[in-house]
Design a protein around this ligand. Structure first.
Ligand code: UDP
Ligand code: LCN
Length: 800
């Protein structure tokens, strides 16, 4: 659909379109998303039939409108139309006695239209702080096609090459300057500072090749170091003569005619990252007994796996580069003095499965210096973060004894702290959203005041804007996280234009075509989540415990006992958040006689005993779950256990269930990525997962699993029942899905691939940052002002 077609439809069918607008106004609708519009149109049709082709045209108009706003007073509607991925057009429809007139709107006008519906009418639109971060973007040329979204590195490599190439002498001089100042942990690498003109560098490279050519390819750096040092070189080109010559040849090419491929390859070889700080302040960050606790889920798993993979890859790179340096990786999180049975009150915790990576915990402090003693929900950590950033920086410097070259933020709070630290130190900044809250809560921006007491979105969305604009590169797990699908809006995309009435209006929050976005999907630890068919590595020592978990009796803290052990099992495991919708799954199951007939339901989530929970949202879900089990009398067909915190046991649980031809269900209302989906599929469980979010991209529908609509439980239950019926009729049916699920995960979601890509990005974007450091000053100032004038006052309003 093009915007011209949309306009054509709207004008051609102005009369029925205006009737529907009047219908919405008469029902007092103000702002509606596409789903709600489509539903309202169904209700409208029940009152007023339209000719089929007219009905189809109006339906089409609504389908491409992501949102509509209705103003009874002005007798007008405004539409946010998204004719294709990440393209937004705004149109207003002014009702007239017959039909109406369509006209174009700017994003500003559209946002003002919405604001006026909920704040005082006729507020002066210029009286609102309007933010446009994209105006400062150093990338004048950006890729335009949706296929480029999430592949920023290819664009940056081309841009860096052309920047160097456009001014040939200057380019060579910049490269020479870059090499001359390059130190690693205070040690000069690659070239000595006196090799400071391109001519001298070229000459030295040619002479070095003259020396190296007489050595065998596997001669070590140590054997040629003296000769190369005499020519002005230092370690860092390679451990063997073969690698040294390759890297030097790449540099000679670059000095003559830089290309995107050679610059990326050269940096990958030489711009090695040796020390990384990873920020993840909120939740209980630990290695044992924390998973499933409030705010403690996939992010912790992701980071611990990420650290292992990164350390391994850095070690290999350093080795090949000929540098005898140990990688240093530190995860910075919050120290919680009253941490229950967790280790979150310990300052240092070595990370298992690594040579030297550690968790370093730094407490949150009140303004008077007192340490905050208890866990604090992720929605209320904001007033602590500025101070945490400074404290973490000094503890890290003390602990590491060197500056990290790369700082990686996680989630809104970690990204903000990482941004502050990177801004102060000049390190390369990567951010990872994991889950942007804005798309999870309906109209969280427009009605932000209603959410403020519990969620403090004024802080969170400001932190998100700051971090995503400060980032040198952004790591995303899927394409949809950035730019959605043909019909669904991406999580980052939702930050392009939005308004928080009375606070600020964002007309350029982030541009998803910005080349800082890169898709780097995570994996699942292959030592824990491996195929159920891998008999050699199976962990039978857990089987007795698992048998008891699944088929044991009901007892305090657990509910339900499966009466018919022969039925296949529908399994789910998640934190017991509203958004995870485990209660939704229990209800679909309860309401579907067919599914109850066919299967048992096994749920692991949160606490079964509400008194044991310290989280408001979790307690609500616990009460709801009990109510559903009572109403549908599910105790003999459903079993519910509290969070299961042992990852190795969980890995074997997935496989044990696969032995019994079970399926995994992920019913979330929205799931940013969904590690459980990767774990379950990698273990061999056919998986039914929400079509809202990452699982839509992880699973190919009806090939290696199924997409389900969490808002249509009847259809989801029917799809599961049909699958189980097909499995009962054909013994191979389950196998096919299981095999394809395992293949899908093995080929795409693997940590070694992740680490390799992340470090290549660090090398490339780090150089890009150095090359363009003068261009970012205005941008940095704008961000700093936003931080001080918007974020900090909002954070001060959060109760400590
Ligand atoms: N998890 C767990 N026990 C539980 C609940 C979750 O071990 O009771 C683990 C799960 O195996 C996965 C992670 O926590 O590794 C949850 O990650 P996911 O991305 O699915 O969701 P998140 O909690 O991050 O929203
Ligand atoms: C947070 C989430 O909500 C999940 O969807 C992700 O899988 C997890 O973080 C890891 O990125």
């Amino acid at each position: 659909m093009s915007i011209a077609q949309w306009e054509h439809n709207a004008t051609q069918h102005a009369e029925p379109f205006s009737q529907f607008i009047r219908y919405c106004i008469s029902r007092n609708h103000k702002v509606m998303r596409r789903d709600a519009l489509e539903q309202a149109f169904g209700e409208f049709l029940a009152e007023q039939a339209l000719a089929p082709e007219v009905e189809q045209s109006v339906r089409c108009l609504l389908h491409w409108a992501q949102e509509a706003a209705f103003d009874a007073r002005r007798r007008a509607a405004a539409f946010a139309v998204r004719p294709r991925v990440a393209a937004w057009r705004y149109r207003t429809f002014q009702l007239a006695s017959a039909g109406g007139a369509l006209s174009e709107m700017t994003p500003q006008a559209y946002l003002h239209f919405k604001e006026s519906l909920i704040s005082a009418p006729d507020t002066d639109p210029s009286g609102v702080l309007e933010l446009d971060f994209t105006a400062f973007n150093p990338y004048v040329h950006k890729p335009a096609g949706a296929h480029s979204i999430g592949r920023g590195h290819t664009f940056i490599a081309r841009q860096v090459a052309s920047q160097l190439f456009l001014e040939p002498d200057q380019g060579a001089a910049r490269l020479t300057e870059y090499l001359a100042q390059k130190t690693v942990r205070g040690q000069q690498t690659l070239t000595q500072p006196q090799l400071d003109t391109p001519e001298e560098l070229r000459e030295a490279l040619l002479r070095a090749d003259g020396v190296l050519v007489s050595h065998s390819a596997d001669t070590q750096w140590a054997d040629v170091a003296d000769s190369l040092r005499a020519l002005g070189f230092e370690a860092g080109w390679g451990r063997s003569v073969a690698r040294i010559r390759e890297a030097m040849a790449l540099l000679l090419d670059l000095l003559d005619a830089p290309s995107a491929t050679s610059i990326a390859k050269f940096l990958d070889r030489t711009n090695v990252i040796t020390a990384v700080a990873i920020l993840s302040p909120h939740g209980y960050f630990g290695q044992e007994g924390v998973l499933g606790m409030p705010d403690t889920g996939g992010q912790v798993v992701y980071i611990l796996d990420q650290v292992k993979a990164l350390e391994k890859e850095i070690s290999e790179r350093l080795y090949k580069q000929g540098l005898d340096i140990e990688p240093r990786i530190v995860v910075l999180t919050r120290l919680i003095p009253e941490a229950g049975e967790t280790t979150c009150n310990q300052r240092i915790e070595p990370i298992e499965g690594t040579q030297g990576a550690e968790i370093l915990r730094v407490p949150f402090r009140h303004p008077n210096g007192d340490v905050a003693q208890h866990w604090i929900t992720r929605f209320a950590v904001w007033p602590f973060l500025d101070r945490f950033a400074v404290d973490a920086e000094s503890e890290l410097a003390h602990h590491l004894g060197c500056q990290p070259e790369l700082i990686i933020g996680n989630y809104s709070d970690g990204n903000l702290v990482a941004a502050i630290m990177a801004q102060r130190s000049g390190a390369t900044l990567a951010t990872i959203a994991h889950a942007l809250e804005k798309t999870k809560y309906l109209n969280a921006d427009l009605y932000w005041r209603d959410h403020e007491e519990n969620y403090h979105f004024s802080c969170q969305f400001s932190a998100d804007l700051l971090a995503m604009n400060q980032a040198d590169f952004v790591i995303s797990s899927t394409f949809q996280e950035i730019a959605g699908t043909d019909v669904n809006v991406g999580q980052y995309e939702a930050h392009q234009h939005f308004t928080m009435p009375g606070l600020y209006r964002v007309v350029g929050g982030i541009d998803v075509f910005d080349p800082r976005f890169n898709i780097v999907p995570p994996g699942a630890d292959e030592d824990i989540y491996f195929p159920y068919t891998d008999a050699q590595r199976r962990m039978p020592e857990y089987h007795e415990t698992i048998e008891e978990m699944v088929f044991g009796e009901s007892q305090p803290g657990r509910r339900g006992a499966l009466q018919d052990r022969d039925k296949p099992i529908l399994f789910t495991m998640a934190r017991l958040d509203h958004i995870k919708n485990l209660t939704g799954l229990a209800r679909w199951f309860g309401e579907s006689a067919e599914l109850r007939e066919r299967a048992n339901l096994f749920i692991i989530g949160g606490h079964v005993d509400a008194a044991a929970s310290g989280d408001r949202e979790e307690r609500d879900q616990i009460l709801l779950m009990h109510q559903i089990m009572d109403n549908h009398q599910l105790d003999g067909q459903m079993r519910w256990l509290p969070a299961s915190k042992d990852r190795r046991l969980n890995g074997e649980l997935y496989r044990w269930l696969a032995d019994r031809r079970a399926v995994f269900v992920q019913p979330a209302l929205y799931e940013a990525f969904g590690l459980t989906v990767v774990e379950a599929m990698g273990s061999g469980l056919p998986t039914f997962a929400t079509r809202h979010g990452g699982p839509r991209e992880v699973i190919e529908h009806d090939v290696c699993g199924f997409h389900i609509d969490p808002n249509d439980g009847v259809a989801a239950a029917a799809l599961m029942a049909k699958f189980l019926n097909d499995c009962a009729a054909d013994g191979e049916h389950w196998n096919g899905y299981s095999q394809r699920a395992m293949q899908r995960i093995q080929s795409r979601y693997a940590w070694p691939l992740y680490a390799e890509k992340l470090l290549s990005l660090g090398a490339l974007y780090g150089f890009n940052k150095w090359l363009n450091r003068d261009r970012r000053q205005a941008y940095e100032r704008y961000l700093e002002m936003f931080h001080r004038l918007m974020f900090q006052p909002a954070a001060k309003r959060v109760k400590r």
